[in-house]
Design a protein around this ligand. Structure first.
Ligand SMILES: CC(=O)N[C@H](C=O)[C@@H](O)[C@H](O)[C@H](O)COP(=O)(O)O
Length: 228
């Protein structure tokens, strides 16, 4: 049986609220306000990064919080160790998102060992996968949720223009587990296509919560217009 928290996200939109180091919105209270605004707009859950953001957001929203902790940006950086996963849970995350690629992990544990330890402590695990082989490993390890988060970022899949719907379809066909579509869902049409491809739910980050990127998309379109 699917956990009720995971069930509550079925058929819904989840919003990822993240700012990157050095950015003007990188501040837990700002992130919490954006998360609240997303909740009011209909987000079924919030995905967020870093212990301070997780606890600030958990204190503001009623919907479930998917927490992760990024350290570095090369190799395994999304909740790279069991220690990071535990800390996310203690900070208030209802579900912890963990890099589920098959690359060596900095603490020397296997992904399966991390999941086993998380489960022993009652922590639900979302597997951020970058390929079908990752998803096989993550499903075998007992992950609660699989996702396409790292498709196009771990070197195993092309970085598609929109979401990697091909990988999503493969995952949905192969596993009897909730499969989330995350990564480069940039338009409502992308989100709808992901649901029609069988996603349990869709996670949108940049296109909703990263004004610098969104401004850049518009600025580029304006500058490239052929006028006069
Ligand atoms: C690859 C990686 O590090 N992804 C991160 C995972 O938490 C975030 O930087 C993304 O914003 C998130 O996955 C949502 O995706 P998008 O922003 O494309 O809607």
């Amino acid at each position: 049986m699917t956990h009720p928290l995971i069930d509550s996200m079925k058929g819904r939109l989840v919003v990822s609220v993240q700012a990157y180091p050095g950015e003007p919105m990188r501040d837990p209270q700002t992130m919490a306000r954006i998360a609240k605004a997303a909740e009011i707009g209909g987000a079924a859950a919030i995905r967020c990064q870093g212990l301070a953001d997780i606890s600030a957001i958990k204190g503001q929203v009623d919907v479930p919080v998917i927490g992760l902790w990024k350290e570095g940006h090369e190799g395994i950086y999304i909740t790279p160790t069991l220690r990071h996963a535990r800390a996310c849970s203690l900070a208030g995350a209802d579900i912890v998102a963990i890099d589920a690629t098959r690359r060596p992990r900095p603490d020397g544990l296997t992904y399966a060992e991390v999941v086993e330890a998380c489960h022993a402590e009652g922590i639900l695990v979302m597997a951020d996968c970058g390929s079908i082989e990752d998803a096989r490993m993550a499903a075998e390890a007992g992950s609660d949720i699989l996702s396409t988060t790292l498709a196009g970022y771990s070197g195993e899949r092309e970085k598609t223009h929109g979401p990697d719907l091909e990988l999503l379809r493969e995952m949905v066909a192969e596993f009897d587990l909730p499969v989330i579509c995350e990564g480069r869902v940039h338009t409502p049409a992308d989100a709808k296509a992901a649901m029609e491809a069988g996603a349990w739910c869709v996670i949108v980050g940049t296109a909703i919560t990263h004004p610098t990127s969104i401004t850049g998309w518009f600025a580029e379109a304006v500058a490239s217009a052929e006028v006069g």
